[in-house]
Design a protein around this ligand. Structure first.
Ligand SMILES: NC(=O)c1ccc[n+]([C@@H]2O[C@H](COP(=O)([O-])OP(=O)(O)OC[C@H]3O[C@@H](n4cnc5c(N)ncnc54)[C@H](OP(=O)(O)O)[C@@H]3O)[C@@H](O)[C@H]2O)c1
Length: 145
């Protein structure tokens, strides 16, 4: 099986942490422009959208590159066409089969999940506020009794 060479972006304090999670290379997004550092990329997985998406087209290979975004962008399809690329908006849907496959990858330690903070369900507002600030390290979990 062919593996991807993964280039990630992170803040200065998280560079080693992200590398430890499995990235081959990590770029400090607050001090470097990723588009000056990398190019000829097959696929960008975009978790930020806005200006970050607009800067991402130039790192793709000349033709046939792809960007998958977790957030929508009104001009994404048009931008993709003008860069001879493809764009898709990914929306998570809860499907038992997929959840079981992901759980299996976690059990086999092929995927590592970092837990940022855990809240009881009644503190869901505080959990949401933390997620909304966009700078959580790891996932925010809610626990049920
Ligand atoms: N469509 C869907 O089904 C779906 C599913 C999941 C998530 N989403 C959306 O996708 C987005 C990302 O989700 P997430 O769970 O990864 O969010 P998250 O856990 O809040 O991600 C935060 C991370 O992004 C980093 N970050 C913030 N601004 C950045 C930038 N300009 N460049 C590079 N890294 C940056 C932060 O690092 P620093 O702290 O160092 O800044 C932090 O580590 C959210 O807006 C979420 O709502 C959509």
């Amino acid at each position: 099986m062919a593996w991807a060479y993964v280039i990630a972006t992170a803040g200065k304090n998280d560079l080693d942490w992200v590398k430890n999670l499995g990235a081959d290379r990590v770029i400090d997004y607050k001090n470097e422009l990723f588009e000056n550092e990398v190019g000829n990329v097959d696929l960008v997985y975009d978790l930020i959208a806005d200006k970050t998406l607009e800067r991402s087209w130039q790192v793709l290979k000349e033709k046939g590159g792809r960007i998958i975004s977790t957030l929508d962008h009104p001009a994404a399809v048009q931008m993709a066409q003008s860069h001879h690329a493809r764009w898709a908006h990914m929306v998570v849907t809860v499907k038992n089969k997929q959840l079981a496959q992901i759980a299996d990858l976690i059990v086999k330690k092929k995927v590592r999940v970092a837990i940022g903070k855990t809240f009881p369900l009644e503190k869901v507002q505080a959990a949401h506020r933390l997620v909304e600030n966009g700078h959580v390290r790891g996932k925010v979990l809610l626990t049920l009794r």
